[in-house]
Ligand binder design. Structure first.
Ligand code: BYC
Length: 482
């Protein structure tokens, strides 16, 4: 038996799940491996596949010293199957089976539901790599280029995590789903990725930072809910994925923060106090704050769609079944079954947006979304601190949840960023002041020029405070091979 903390690096697939002694699953994964590498080469980062990149690789699954840093060519990255250590005596924390021992095998009656959750989660991981594949060409520094690739290889590993669960616990169905995960393509008309936000473009680096801040944070919330699962292998898988995920949000949060810092510094140096003096600010070669706000509006609203409908029987069923819990379920103080409980959900009623108390089980998607909004708001206060310190009269804020939605009740209406309902003509007239316009996108694109000298940064973004793994400022994070 594997001891659960040591990673076996001897075989093709690093793992701490005892693959060496599990011939059936090892064979299934080794058969899937070439298709994965083909997908990576075809749909992973464009260019740079032969360049050594200073990447971290997991070498343990505990909370300390779990990763090592070294130069690796991306196709040679050791994508592995890693589960957090088992918690002895763990019981199902919520739902109808609360208090029973956790499952080590899939309970037959929940097979279809569990498979769907794994496939949806799995589908997002390669999708994000596909969305980001063109960004290497315009990276603002080698530091940022390396961070992009770190995020990409780890999303690849997260695909492995879900594929392992499918292959190990779902037999032939699982093998078929694993194959399909390599076939769908982000943005493809005939065979798109499953969730809307993962078919959008990530055309520039500001989008990348916003995506890792907003959309990876949905990943954190969904993984945290699945980490509570009564299906113990899923819980352990997601717990370890969350360790890696934290860095992705760091990349997003500090990325946007550095953009804001650079804009503030440039405005101060030029003696510009008015954040709406857009032409003069853009002439300095930095991104004006109203445009940055519009990008945040876009990425926040796209990400809210990932939480599903306001009222969801799928979510209620997954909770009752003990498969998907609430955020930090184990820290909550209630019956963990939500018998008779209600939850306030913003709904559309008689042409107005108002709170309605619904059965808490049906409102679970919104509860998770509310937790998400709190988490995102905290991250944003650090952006706003930069603005306060620079004495700039502007604050980044989150738009209303009814703004620019395609899933749920608000998909049927138009609302402004404060949640006021708009008719079509008003929406058309004001859209460009709330979402990036073509002109905004063209301006941002004009700034996207690669900077590849070690220690140098594009003029629209400030350098980071510290290097990766405490490396010095001029460290060559990617050794570009031509
Ligand atoms: N797009 O009952 P409802 C990440 C469908 S991100 C298209 O409200 P439910 C990452 C829904 O499938 C985290 N369709 O749905 C981040 C359902 O269809 P069926 C990804 C949608 O199930 C960055 C119907 O509408 N993980 O990891 O309660 C980089 C009724 O809806 C959408 C997960 O999401 C949509 N947005 O909620 C890399 C966790 N929304 O079944 C990675 C797993 C709903 O009736 N997924 N529909 O035909 C889930 O927990 C849930 O399925 C969802 C949806 C939260 C996604």
């Amino acid at each position: 038996m594997p001891d659960g903390t040591r990673i076996d690096y001897d075989g093709l697939i690093p793992n701490n799940v005892g693959l060496a002694g599990d011939l059936r699953v090892r064979k299934a994964l080794e058969t899937w491996h070439p298709g994965y590498i083909d997908w990576w080469k075809q749909m992973g980062p464009e260019g740079f596949q032969n360049s050594p990149v200073y990447l971290r690789t997991a070498v343990g699954v505990g909370s300390d010293n779990w990763a090592k840093f070294d130069f690796v060519r991306m196709p040679e990255y050791r994508w592995g199957v890693l589960l957090a250590p088992a918690v002895e005596g763990r019981t199902i924390p919520f739902g109808a089976h609360k208090g029973e021992p956790t499952w080590q095998e899939v309970p037959g009656e929940y097979r279809a539901m569990l498979r769907r959750l794994l496939v949806i989660q799995g589908d997002t991981e390669p999708a994000s790599v596909e969305q980001q594949r063109h960004l290497g060409a315009t990276a603002p520094s080698l530091y940022d280029l390396r961070n992009l690739f770190q995020v990409n290889v780890e999303e690849g590993r997260h695909l492995w995590a879900m594929v392992y669960l499918l292959q190990k616990y779902f037999g032939r169905d699982g093998r078929e789903e694993a194959g399909e995960l390599l076939k769908r393509r982000s943005g493809d008309r005939d065979s798109p990725r499953m969730l809307g936000a993962f078919n959008e473009r990530t055309p520039d680096w500001l989008s990348f930072f916003m995506f890792t801040f907003f959309t990876d944070r949905d990943g954190k919330m969904q993984l945290a809910s699945l980490a509570q699962s009564g299906f113990d292998p899923l819980s352990r898988t997601c717990r370890f994925m969350l360790t890696e995920e934290a860095h992705h949000m760091f990349v997003g949060e500090t990325g946007v923060q550095r953009v804001i810092q650079r804009t503030v510094d440039a405005m101060r140096a030029a003696g510009i106090d008015d954040p709406y003096d857009i032409k003069r600010i853009r002439d300095l070669g930095v991104i004006d704050l109203p445009t940055l706000q519009k990008k945040a509006n876009l990425h926040f609203s796209l990400t809210l769609d990932l939480f599903g409908n306001e009222i969801s029987t799928n979510a209620a069923n997954a909770f009752n079944a003990g498969l998907k819990g609430r955020y930090q379920e184990d820290r909550l103080n209630d019956d963990h079954q939500l018998a008779g409980a209600t939850y306030p959900v913003l709904r559309l009623k008689d042409g107005m947006i108002a709170n309605e108390h619904v059965p808490a089980l049906s409102g679970l998607n919104m509860r998770l979304r509310d937790d998400y909004v709190k988490d995102a708001t905290q991250g944003m206060t650090r952006w706003n601190r930069v603005l306060a310190q620079g004495n700039i009269p502007f604050r980044i804020s989150l738009p209303h949840v009814a703004f620019n939605r395609r899933i749920g009740e608000f998909a049927a209406i138009h609302a402004d960023t404060d949640g006021n309902l708009l008719d079509v003509a008003e929406w058309d007239a004001r859209r460009g002041s709330m979402l990036p316009s073509e002109d905004d996108n063209r301006f941002i694109e004009s700034l996207m020029r690669p900077v590849r000298d070690p220690g140098s940064y594009a003029g629209w973004i400030a350098p980071p405070r510290v290097g990766v793994d405490n490396r010095p400022g001029d460290f060559e994070y990617v050794k570009i091979e031509h």
